[in-house]
Ligand binder design. Structure first.
Ligand code: ZN
Length: 525
């Protein structure tokens, strides 16, 4: 503790020199404050020592500085101050609750606890619906060079889980502080559909914005006859697109481009009409939301993804080309794009469809992206799509962004199934009763009859339900009901308490499972 305290007194910043020293310092501190202190959380900054401690399952913030001094950092945090006799001398120790004001003070004091941009580095989206997954997510990405997006939630998911954008960011901040992860992380305001959505997320410091213009995509264009396509084309919002039908025809009809993968991309009148009829209004909507974002944050202060993954029909190469070319023409800058892929990307289970066909289309999507600056191709509903990762990694490498969320919730349930079987049984039966209604807004195909009722299984068979296709989907799509039922009285509080009690087991499960998502992308790195 002596050396670390010297760092603190000298106004240096950083962690203890090595894990052994961190453990000793945490142990000494723990004895005096009467709580477990997370060794990785120890940090020296601005003349004070910071750490996070745990009493029972309650976490609490510690800020300590030599007695008789009052560093500027001291007034930033809320909490009770005590004079304590540390092995290194008398110190003032502030103990504060895990509240938004202290999370904001942490981000100001320790910049690594605030989200940042990806800057083109390899990345993976790790949504966390419970707010307790960050330590496990960090375990999985540490040392890989990947920037994890630890705060990632759509407005829809926040509504379903009764969380605010602020909470989503704060939970990541606390988790990053706990683990001392200093390599940087991102915050993805996912699937934003309106300027209102944007404003709520921009107000609390999200760094990455995923615009979803899916409501403006016309899936009927796929099968429409040429005459109908022409009508749809003529009826596009040409003012918002800042061009005319004639200009669009001059630009794209008759286009023949050679792609980096050696394949040719051609567009005639009908192909243009189809692409524009399907995606023209979505392009206009995306440009409008992008400009709103630039107005709110300034162009240099956020990164953008465009996602049409939650739409009915696959994005063809000419359609991808049209969308990218039009967005570029309208001045939109984006770092990743999520097409609607061929086959089925259902929730929480592996890819369903023809892998060879998927691989060919993926290579073409990558080649189109290269024409427009080489943005990443984003795989949404990326949870558990193990069979496509090999090909995605082989062709795309660091230009693939995999987005996961529900799979971490399922690992939480796996942890509970193993440690508190009674609670899991209740959740399982509740999920079975909710599936019919809750599946409505998801792409899933589970057969409820194949999911056993809780009383049909012995305790030791419960965790393996999380390896079964139908049970995974049933448990996956009912998360909103589970977490918000009776304002959280039904399950939420008990579930969170269980995960806090077994936090190491939960982190371990996440490490193992998310590790499988990252591993294919690390080969030959
Ligand atoms: Zn998505």
């Amino acid at each position: 503790m002596e050396r670390f305290w010297q760092m603190v007194k000298g106004g240096d910043s950083g962690a203890p020199a090595d894990p052994g020293a961190a453990k000793k310092t945490a142990g000494a501190l723990a004895q005096i404050v009467g709580a477990h202190v997370y060794p990785e959380s120890l940090a020296a900054q601005d003349g004070a020592m910071l750490a996070i401690a745990r009493r029972g399952i309650q976490q609490t913030l510690l800020v300590a500085w030599p007695a008789g001094q009052t560093p500027a950092i001291a007034v930033r945090f809320e909490g009770d101050q005590k004079k304590l006799d540390l092995p290194v001398g008398l110190a003032t120790v502030l103990e504060g609750p895990r509240v938004p004001a202290n999370a904001a003070a942490l981000r100001e004091t320790l910049p690594f606890t605030a989200p940042r941009s990806l800057d083109g580095r390899p990345s993976i989206g790790l949504g966390d619906r419970l707010g307790l997954a960050t330590p496990g997510h960090v375990r999985a990405v540490r040392g890989t060079g990947f920037v994890p997006i630890l705060a990632q939630q759509s407005i829809r998911e926040m509504t379903r889980t009764n969380r605010s954008p602020q909470q989503v960011i704060d939970d990541a901040t606390w988790g990053v502080f706990q683990t001392g992860f200093r390599d940087g992380f991102g915050a993805d305001a996912d699937h934003l559909k309106s300027t209102d959505d944007i404003d709520r997320c921009a107000a609390v410091g999200f760094t990455f914005y995923t615009i979803d213009p899916g409501d403006h995509v016309d899936p009927q264009a796929d099968d429409a006859r040429p005459a109908d396509l022409q009508k749809k084309f003529a009826a596009l919002p040409w003012d918002a697109l800042e061009t005319t039908p004639d200009d669009a025809r001059r630009r794209y009809a008759g286009l023949s481009a050679m792609l980096a993968n050696g394949s040719a991309l051609a567009m005639d009148d009908v192909a243009l009409h189809r692409a524009a009829a399907k995606y023209g209004a979505a392009v206009a909507h995306t440009a409008a939301l992008y400009r709103h974002l630039v107005g709110a944050l300034g162009q240099a202060n956020f990164e953008l993804e465009v996602s049409v993954d939650e739409t009915e029909t696959p994005t063809t190469p000419p359609e991808h080309y049209y969308v990218a070319a039009e967005l570029a023409r309208l001045g939109v800058r984006w770092v990743s794009l999520a097409p609607r892929f061929v086959g089925r990307f259902e929730k929480g289970v592996d890819y369903i469809g023809d892998l060879g066909q998927w691989e060919r289309s993926f290579v073409t999507h990558l080649a189109i992206s290269e024409k427009f600056g080489g943005y990443k191709i984003s795989l949404h509903s990326g949870s558990d799509k193990f069979s496509v990762y090999q090909a995605a990694a082989r062709h795309g490498g660091r230009r693939v962004h995999v987005k996961t969320a529900g799979t971490s919730y399922l690992e939480a349930l796996r942890t509970v199934a193993g440690r508190q079987p009674d609670l899991f049984r209740e959740i399982l039966d509740f999920a079975r009763s909710r599936y019919g209604e809750d599946k409505a807004t998801y792409h899933v195909s589970a057969d409820l009859a194949k999911v056993p009722a809780a009383d049909e299984l012995p305790d030791d068979a419960l965790p393996s339900l999380l390896d079964q296709f139908d049970a995974r989907q049933v448990l996956h799509v009912t998360f909103g009901s589970v977490l918000s039922w009776d304002d959280g009285e039904r399950f939420r509080h008990r579930l969170l308490d269980a995960l806090k009690t077994h936090e190491d087991a939960y982190a371990d499960a996440l490490n193992r499972h998310i590790g499988r998502h990252i591993a294919p992308f690390l080969k030959g790195k």
